[in-house]
Design a binder for this molecule. Sequence first.
Ligand code: BG6
Length: 471
Amino acid sequence: MNKDFLWGAAMCASQAEGGYLEGGKGLTANDIFPALNEGRWEALYNVPESLQKKYNYYPSHQAIDFYHRYVEDIKLLAELGIKVFRTSINWARIFPNGDELEPNEEGLQFYEDVFNECGKYGITPVVTLNHFDTPLGLYKYGGWKNKKVITFFERYCETVFKRFKTQVKYWITFNEINMILGIPIVGGLIDPLKEENILEAKYQGAHNQLVASAIATKIGHEINPEFMVGSMIGAGKNYPYSPNPADVWAAYQADQEEYSLIDVQVKGKYSAYMRRYFEKNDIDILATEEEMALLKTYTADFLALSYYSTRLTAANNEDKEATGGNIADTLKNSYLEANDFGWQIDPLGFRITLNELYDRYEVPLFIVENGLAAMDVADENYFVEDDYRINYFAKHIQAMKEAMDDGVDIIGYATWGTIDIVSASSGIMSKRYGLVYVDLDDEGNGTRNRYKKKSFDWYKKVVTSNGEELM
Ligand code: BG6
């Protein structure tokens, strides 16, 4: 493997930081969602019945307290020998309500300190600008449906691009931009309970994010021509349920819709499929000529992706078993095993997905999320013997290497939730991805101390051998 390959670790502000009202931070959607409360999360996500208790606890308020522990955490991550640390800036730390004219200095200082700490170990930050944390103050505008939010986002981007001009090189505008289509409240602060035509509202919000992303790319390059400004997809190929052409067509359509926003970010225009889709579904998006020109000109420098599994799609879902998955549930694939949460495990699907994305877009790919969630059980010394996770990673990294041999250009690879964090979809702590165990339970009890799992030393070996030693 190329010696410049960027091995990394990944997490994000809203699931790790806590300090939800410290340093002048405003609220974001995540901060008002208690774990599994009011049936809201249950309705949106697939959480095992055993975990469907009602908690009156807001996990993001303290999360794993990265806000106060980042020095210790970055030191720990540096031990892995990683070159990049993917994290995010919480927009509401910089502009607490989203629409202020002046930024909050304390928020900027916090991230400056975090990035300086990374710098001490030669770790380059990869920074997501919006990872499920549009400030709640923008809800009154209708969230991302409203074009005013583009201007607020532009102000935020300009502020952080200028401040972190020399500390950050890789920027990702929106975490999994297709999330706004799956779960619009999380992806775009667009409330399905309030919108009369939710399909149109979602695509309008998505269009506005695409425009905002193009503007961010433009100003990012003006501020520092060395910046790499990328898009990001929650990836996973859609397999047809059977060779029946109706199922193959259904899977093709699901892929087209999954790729619809990335098509714009990378190719600079909506696909013919999507133009027809808008017409057929009476979706009338407000898109000016000026916006379309911006989209065409300021395309993404790279495509970041998360990968957890492939998806299975049929023309007719009746009598077919569903199972869990990222962004949305999927049909159960009898050829695949699944994790504790029903998310299916498909390393070959990773190779297929990487090949397909590269064929379609021909820009470098950056794997910024991959990992296995499990209900880890720690022993009396807080040690977790997570061979199942090692096995998952080994197979996925091997699949990635094969994709690279196939000719796919990949910049780097980061494990998700490298230190255990709060789960985004369920708000629980017991759904863990980390190589580092955090002593914290679903009700918020625990010291929040960190303990290396077995997979920590294993990944360190992978990183230091540049991917040679997988077993
Ligand atoms: C991705 C998100 O969708 O999936 C992460 O970018 C999230 O924020 C990850 O944590 C895994 O999902 P969950 O719900 O298991 O935390």
